[in-house]
Design a protein around this ligand. Structure first.
Ligand SMILES: Cc1ncc(C[n+]2csc(CCOP(=O)(O)OP(=O)(O)O)c2C)c(N)n1
Ligand code: SF4
Length: 248
């Protein structure tokens, strides 16, 4: 039988995976798996998964994995990466984990230029707990806790994570925002973020725009429209910071 085209670093014993149909996590993890394969660094990865739907990735890769508390994947991987400098620490989380409960950890890890990679899946809500408003919920977006639409007068504007990290992180950091609607580009950003760790230049951060059709209550067409129009209009895709090329 023909084998499916999947990354070598995926754990095939745990597929089909546990995410809802149409969820963006699978595409982000495909981009991550392919980037790991292309760099040949599977044996070096220590993968930290946050609480939230990202925890469903605890057995997704054939890499050493640690399950962390909500918002604590960043400090856990800070510790791992400091203790095991020969390894590459990757912290995987949602927008709630990274920008709400774990925002202090993210900001301070970036300010210290920790040698680690934070990969954050932005689906504009608290997915696992039923779709509450999160720091990245769009203005006017309806969620379980903003039934009339997010009111920015009351709750502030959505967090612009990569912009914030790029402003804080010192030289040597790599920062980008990708989207599951362009997996090839997203893989390129993730590959550069990982390469930045191979070279031990500084902190790496990639946000991936992703769909949560279960909580958005969208069909396939509306899910893609929300990612490609509504989200992309507010969250600009591209690279925000990259280390200067070393002189020969
Ligand atoms: C300290 C703590 N507070 C609250 C929770 C409840 N909780 C579990 S998952 C979650 C939200 C996850 O949302 P997000 O981080 O955006 O990830 P997603 O599920 O959308 O991928 C919350 C609030 C928890 N597990 N631990
Ligand atoms: S609730 Fe949303 S983020 Fe969680 S697995 Fe389902 S679609 Fe994905």
């Amino acid at each position: 039988m023909q084998q499916p085209l999947v990354p070598k670093s995926w754990n095939m014993e745990t597929k089909p995976h546990k995410f809802c149909p149409g969820c963006g996590h699978g595409l982000v993890l495909k981009a991550l798996g392919e980037a790991i394969d292309e760099l040949g660094i599977q044996e070096k990865i220590i993968f930290g998964v946050d609480i939230g739907c990202s925890l469903l990735a605890w057995d997704f890769l054939n890499c050493d994995t640690v399950q962390c508390h909500h918002g604590r994947a960043t400090p856990t991987i800070v510790g791992v990466a400091r203790a095991r400098e020969e390894m590459i620490g990757v912290a995987y989380m949602g927008d709630g984990g990274g920008y709400a409960i774990g925002s202090g950890h993210l900001v301070n890890a970036a300010a210290r230029n920790e040698k680690m990679f934070v990969l954050l899946v932005n689906n504009t809500n608290y997915g696992m707990t039923g779709g509450q408003m999160s720091p990245t919920t769009l203005p006017g977006q309806k969620t379980e806790t903003s039934p009339y639409g997010r009111d920015v007068e009351l709750t502030g504007n959505p967090t612009q994570g990569p912009e914030m990290v790029a402003a804080i992180a010192p030289e040597g950091a790599y920062v980008a925002r990708g989207t599951v609607s362009n997996v090839r580009q997203l893989k390129g950003f993730i590959k550069k973020a990982l390469q930045n760790q191979v070279e031990r230049n500084g902190f790496s951060f990639v946000e991936a725009l992703a769909g949560c059709p279960t909580n958005w209550r969208t069909n396939a067409k509306d899910t893609w429209a929300f990612i490609e129009k509504d989200m992309a209009q507010y969250f600009k895709v591209g690279e925000l910071k990259a280390p200067q090329k070393k002189e020969d």
